[in-house]
Design a protein around this ligand. Structure first.
Ligand SMILES: *[C@@H]1O[C@H](CO)[C@@H](O)[C@H](O)[C@H]1NC(C)=O
Ligand SMILES: *[C@@H]1O[C@H](CO)[C@@H](O)[C@H](O)[C@H]1NC(C)=O
Length: 573
C-alpha cells in the first residue's frame, strides 16, 4: 500500500504502546523530554507552535502531551514536560542556594543527576482520569526523548538515561528506539536504523525493542537484518506500518505481542490478558466503515488551520464516531464571510488579487458554510476575521443551523446577540480585545489580570462551571449533555470575558441564556438558546476540546454532532 499517512510522529507509536499497556490492566503515565532551552511555554505563540494545548494545572504544552492524554486517558501536568531549560534552571538555582557546598558544578554529574531525579519524581506523580476517580501512581512511565540520536542537544539526556538503567536496575528500565525504514525502489532500507542503533550503542545504550516506521509491513528479511545488525531478537523488531487511521496502531502493536515482551522484560504481571481492547478496536474500525458523512464547517484562519485547531479537530472526530458518521471538515476563512467593501478592503488585496477575486471567494465561503449541517467557531487570536465569525454566528442563529462557539466563538455569539437585540447603544458593541475604545463593550478584559505583563497573565487551566436551568425551569441542553451534573471542570485559556453588566440585558430579551457560570456566579461560562428557539446554539468560554477522548467525546462537541446529524432529540429523550 502506498503511504497514505504523513509520517507518524514518534509520539503516536509511544502513546499507542501506552494504550496497549492500559488495555492490559496497567496504569500508565508519560514524560516528554524536549531538549530545548525554553523553560516556560506561557508565551508560546499559537502561530509559531500550532495549538497551545492547555493542561489541567494551567501548563501550556504542545500537541504531544495532548496525544498522550487522549491515548492514555490520564491527566498530565506541566511537570510532565521536561526541557533542558527547566533542568538547567533548577541546577543553577540549587547552586545559588549553596546546595552543592561550593563544589564545581558540572554537566556530569550535576545536570545528569538532576535529570534522573526529575524523571523519578515526575513518574511518581499520581495520575487519574476524571475528578472523583482515585489517583494512583502509575505502574509504567513512558519517557519520550524528542530529537534525533546524535543531536548535540540530546546528549546529556542520553547520558542520564545510560546512568539511569543502573540506578533503577535492568528490570525497571527498557530502552526502545523509534526508527524509520524508508522504501526505495521497492526495497525496505535498514541503513538508517542500523546507523541510529550504532550511535546509541556507542553511548552505552542498548535498545531492547526497535520500532520501525515504514509505509509497508516489514518483511521477514528486513526484521532479520535489523535483528542481526542491532543485537535484538527478530520478534523485538516491531513493524509500525501505515494503517487506515492512527487508532489502529495499538492493535498493530498487540498483534506483535509487544505487551508480552515488555511484561517479561520488566518482570511485571499483566492483570488483563489478553488485553481488553474491544471498544477501542470498534472505534478504529468504525472510522474505516462509515457510510454517511456529516459536514461540519470550521470558521477560522487559513494560515494556521491544521496546527492551530488540532484538539478541536480531534474532539469533532471523537464526537462524529459517537454519532456513527464520517466527519467531513469544511474549512472556511472567517474574513471571507464579510462582504467585501470596495472602499475599504480588509484584509488588503494580495499581489495580483482583484476585488472580483475577493467577491468570488466571499460567495464560495458562504456556499460552503450553508451546505454544512453544523458550524464551529473555535478559539482564536488576533483581530482579523472577528467580524466574519460574528456573521457566521448570526447566520446560524437565524437559520437554526447547529452552532458551537468555543472561547472567542462563545464571545462572538454574545456580541452578535447584543448587537441584534439590545438597544441602539449596542449596535456596534465589540470586544475590547479588538476595539479598546468601544463605549458599550459586550466582552471586556478580565479585571483581575495584569494588562502590562503578557506572559502568564491568562486565566489558565481547570475551573469549575456551575450549570443552571433556564429561567422557566426547563433543563439546559448542556446540563443534559453533561449527564445532569451540576458542576463540571473544564480547561480555560483566556484574557477576556463577557461583560457582567450586559448579562441581565441579554437575558432580559428572553432568548440567549447563560446556563453555566463560575463559582462566584459573575463569570459567564456557557450560553445557549432554548430548544424551542433553536435546535442547538451553544457557546462556552472554556475549551472543552482538551478533555475529549476517543471513547468519551466532549459533551458540547457531542451535542453539536448529535444536532448536526438529527439525533439530539432522541439522545435527550
Ligand atoms: C515543553 O515545553 C517547551 C518549552 O516551553 C516547549 O517548547 C515544548 O513544546 C513543550 N513540549 C510539550 C510536549 O508540551
Ligand atoms: C469591532 O472591532 C474590530 C476591530 O477594531 C473592527 O474591525 C470592527 O469593525 C468592529 N465592529 C464594529 C461593529 O464596530
Amino acid at each position: 500500500m502506498a503511504s497514505r499517512l504523513p509520517p507518524l510522529p514518534a509520539g503516536v507509536t509511544i502513546s499507542s504502546l501506552g494504550r496497549l499497556l492500559l488495555a492490559s490492566g496497567l496504569t500508565v503515565t508519560s514524560i516528554k523530554i524536549d531538549p530545548y532551552l525554553n523553560v516556560d511555554a506561557g508565551t508560546m505563540s499559537p502561530f509559531e507552535h500550532g495549538e497551545v494545548f492547555t493542561l489541567h494545572d494551567g501548563g501550556e504544552a504542545d500537541l504531544d502531551l495532548g496525544n498522550y492524554e487522549r491515548f492514555l486517558g490520564v491527566r498530565l501536568s506541566k511537570d510532565h514536560n521536561i526541557t533542558t531549560g527547566k533542568v538547567y534552571r533548577s541546577v543553577i538555582s540549587r547552586e545559588r542556594r549553596g546546595d552543592y557546598l561550593g563544589k564545581t558544578v558540572q554537566v556530569i554529574p550535576h545536570v545528569s543527576n538532576e535529570i534522573m531525579d526529575t524523571i523519578e519524581r515526575v513518574a511518581q506523580i499520581p495520575v487519574c482520569e476524571t475528578e472523583g476517580q482515585e489517583q494512583q501512581i502509575a505502574d509504567v512511565c513512558l519517557i519520550e526523548l524528542g530529537g534525533t540520536v546524535g543531536d548535540i542537544e540530546s546528549m546529556v539526556f542520553l547520558e542520564a538515561l545510560r546512568q539511569f538503567q543502573f540506578k533503577v536496575g535492568p528490570e525497571n528500565f527498557m530502552l526502545m528506539f523509534v526508527s524509520l525504514v524508508p522504501v526505495l525502489s521497492g526495497e525496505q532500507k535498514t541503513k538508517p536504523t542500523q546507523h541510529g542503533v550504532k550511535t546509541l550503542m556507542s553511548l552505552g545504550l542498548f535498545p531492547k525493542v526497535i520500532f520501525c516506521r515504514c509505509p509497508q509491513e516489514l518483511e521477514a528479511s528486513t526484521c532479520n537484518k535489523i535483528s542481526s545488525f542491532c543485537h535484538v531478537p527478530a520478534n523485538h523488531v516491531i513493524s509500525v506500518h501505515d494503517v487506515n487511521n492512527i487508532y489502529h496502531v495499538p492493535l498493530l502493536l498487540m498483534e506483535q505481542r509487544l505487551h508480552e515482551l515488555i511484561a517479561t522484560h520488566l518482570q511485571i504481571w499483566l492483570p488483563i490478558s489478553p488485553p481488553q481492547i474491544g471498544a477501542w478496536r470498534q472505534f478504529a474500525e468504525n472510522i474505516d466503515n462509515f457510510k454517511e458523512k456529516v459536514n461540519i464547517c470550521l470558521v477560522g484562519k487559513y494560515s494556521t488551520f491544521q496546527d492551530s485547531y488540532l484538539s478541536v479537530i480531534k474532539a469533532l472526530k471523537h464526537a462524529s464516531v459517537a454519532v456513527g458518521k464520517d466527519l467531513n471538515l469544511v474549512w472556511v476563512e472567517a474574513s471571507d464571510l464579510v462582504t467585501p467593501d470596495p472602499k475599504n478592503i480588509v484584509p488588503p488585496l494580495e499581489d495580483g488579487e482583484t476585488i472580483q477575486d475577493r467577491v468570488i471567494k466571499h460567495g464560495e465561503a458562504w456556499k460552503m458554510m450553508k451546505e454544512c449541517e453544523g458550524v464551529i467557531v473555535p478559539g482564536g487570536f488576533g483581530v482579523r476575521g472577528v467580524e466574519g465569525k460574528i456573521v457566521a454566528a448570526r447566520f446560524c442563529r437565524e437559520t437554526k443551523k447547529p452552532y458551537l462557539g468555543v472561547c472567542l466563538g462563545f464571545q462572538v455569539a454574545v456580541i452578535e446577540y447584543a448587537r441584534t437585540f439590545l438597544s441602539a447603544d449596542y449596535a456596534e458593541t465589540n470586544s475590547t480585545e479588538f476595539d479598546e475604545a468601544n463605549k458599550n463593550p459586550a466582552v471586556i478584559f478580565m479585571p483581575e489580570i495584569d494588562k502590562d505583563n503578557l506572559g502568564g497573565t491568562m486565566r489558565l487551566g481547570a475551573r469549575d462551571t456551575l450549570l443552571t436551568p433556564h429561567a422557566d425551569g426547563k433543563d439546559s441542553i448542556c446540563h443534559a449533555l453533561y449527564g445532569k451534573k451540576d458542576a463540571v471542570s473544564e480547561r480555560h485559556r483566556h484574557r477576556y470575558e463577557v461583560n457582567p453588566d450586559i448579562v441581565p440585558k441579554i437575558e432580559g430579551v428572553g432568548g440567549l441564556k447563560f446556563v453555566g457560570k463560575d463559582e462566584t456566579n459573575t463569570r459567564m461560562e456557557i450560553c445557549e438558546l432554548p430548544r424551542d428557539q433553536h435546535p442547538f446554539y451553544v457557546g462556552c468560554q472554556y475549551h472543552p476540546e482538551f478533555q475529549s477522548r476517543p471513547l468519551k467525546p466532549s459533551p458540547p462537541f457531542h451535542g453539536l454532532l448529535l444536532a448536526a446529524s438529527g439525533q439530539l432529540d432522541a439522545f435527550l429523550a
